[in-house]
Write a protein that binds this ligand. Structure first.
Ligand code: HEM
Length: 391
């Protein structure tokens, strides 16, 4: 046997041993799933890059059952009875490293936001001082800002009667105007200008695409946009630079915070800025929810008619003001059901990755230490038994 044959043989053997140990990882080896997915994260990276990961994973659940191994250390579950065990407040599962992708780069290094912080104790610490800003009573106080945006949307739509309208685009602009109004007291004027002002929506979407794909294997981030050299290099390639737009978004946030300071509002601290940054993601989820509601109503004429009849009836009884208030909308039971149904058919967040911490032995299933688990919120709705008439 030659020297090279020996080296080749040793390499082959160590590769085989490595993949065998990955495939037969204790605690996960008996959980069914696609063979290749159990060997590498490439399966999840690819399915995420196609934009169809949710459909793919729902199909896997149909084939393999409520627990599916979708990665070397990653399990997807579709059984909602496990939710309290994984996501309950006493759960030993914390947010996974996926959320690192949403940390903010600050002069002193990466800083987690209220959304991205993994350590539950630290989360409590970050949330305490800002919880009031996101409370229901604060949201209600901000209702007039929302009403002002709704009035613009209605005026614009009235002016387009008879034309083809991309409603998805309009509700996106609407959501962004609402969120920037309530966050920065500065409506950015997406609807008035009928465009993506300062390309902020494109910037956020670009970064979300990057975060979603690389977040499937977050350890890759330090070789990609987490690396200063790579970031500099891709800044010369516009298509790729568009995916690394966080600097742009932070610059926008900083610009608005400067406005606060100039007007001698209370000094804004870094943490406030980071939490306001999260609100951009709030605008995307709001836009996606509105799109889902309109989409399903357009697809389902029966639901559409029933909803209009409910609104007309309440209006005829004098139960609705103009614009309809949040409190009044709570009494429109069918309307509330429409919102909930649309959100469960098309959840804005398609999975919630959590990692079990080392002392997670109380969690009996799945039990492998330091593995990731994700719930598929759309799974219960996608099961044929949920809609027996459609079988
Ligand atoms: C219909 C609209 C919205 C939906 C469906 C939605 C959905 C969600 C979801 C699913 C999470 C948890 C994500 C995770 O932990 O992985 C979340 C967190 C959060 N959202 Fe939203 N969101 C919406 C609107 C907003 C808005 C308008 C804001 C701010 C103005 C906002 C601020 C936040 C914050 C601060 C968190 C982090 C909370 C924490 O970890 O304690 N969201 N949202």
């Amino acid at each position: 046997m030659t020297y090279w044959q020996l080296i080749g043989g040793a390499l082959l053997l160590s590769t085989a041993l490595y993949f065998t140990s990955v495939r037969f990882r204790p605690g996960l080896r008996n959980i069914p799933g696609p063979f290749l997915a159990s060997l590498s994260d490439a399966d999840r990276i690819w399915s995420c890059a196609t934009g169809l990961q949710m459909k793919y994973h729902l199909k896997l659940h149909e084939r393999y059952g409520s627990l599916v191994r979708i990665g070397p250390k990653h399990i997807s579950f579709s059984d909602s009875s496990l939710i309290p065990q994984i996501y309950g407040i006493t759960s030993k599962f914390w947010k996974s490293d996926f959320y690192k992708m949403f940390d903010i780069k600050a002069p002193g290094g990466q800083v987690p936001t209220v959304f991205s912080v993994r350590d539950e104790n630290r989360h409590r610490g970050i949330k305490r001082p800002i919880a009031g800003a996101y409370s229901m009573s604060t949201m209600k106080e901000l209702e007039p800002m929302n009403d002002a945006c709704s009035a613009i949307l209605l005026r614009k739509l009235d002016g387009m009667v008879g034309q083809d309208v991309d409603l998805g685009k309009w509700v996106h602009w609407y959501a962004f105007d609402v969120i920037t109004s309530i966050t920065f007291s500065n409506r950015m004027g997406f609807m008035e200008q009928e465009k993506d002002v300062q390309n902020i929506i494109a910037a956020i979407e670009g970064r979300l695409v990057y975060n979603s794909i690389v977040g499937q294997a977050p350890y890759l981030h330090k070789y990609l946009f987490g690396n200063a050299f790579v970031t500099w290099l891709v800044s010369f390639i516009p298509a790729l630079a568009a995916l690394n737009s966080s600097r742009y978004i932070v610059a926008f946030a900083a610009q608005n915070l400067q406005r606060y300071q100039n007007k001698e509002f209370n000094t804004v601290h870094l943490q406030d800025m980071l939490d306001r940054f999260k609100s951009f993601a709030g605008s995307d989820t709001t836009a996606a929810s509105l799109r889902a509601i309109f989409y399903y109503l357009c697809r389902n004429t029966e639901a559409h008619k029933t909803l209009l009849a409910e609104v007309d009836e309440a209006d005829a009884k004098g139960e609705l003001s103009d614009p309809v208030t949040f409190a009044e909308s709570q009494n429109l039971r069918y309307f509330q059901a429409v919102i909930k149904e649309a959100l469960s058919m098309s959840p804005t967040k398609q999975s919630y990755a959590s990692s079990n911490s080392d002392n997670s032995q109380e969690c009996t299933q799945p039990s492998a230490s330091s593995s990731n688990v994700s719930f598929r919120p759309a799974a219960p709705k996608s099961r044929a038994s949920t809609y027996p008439r459609e079988q």
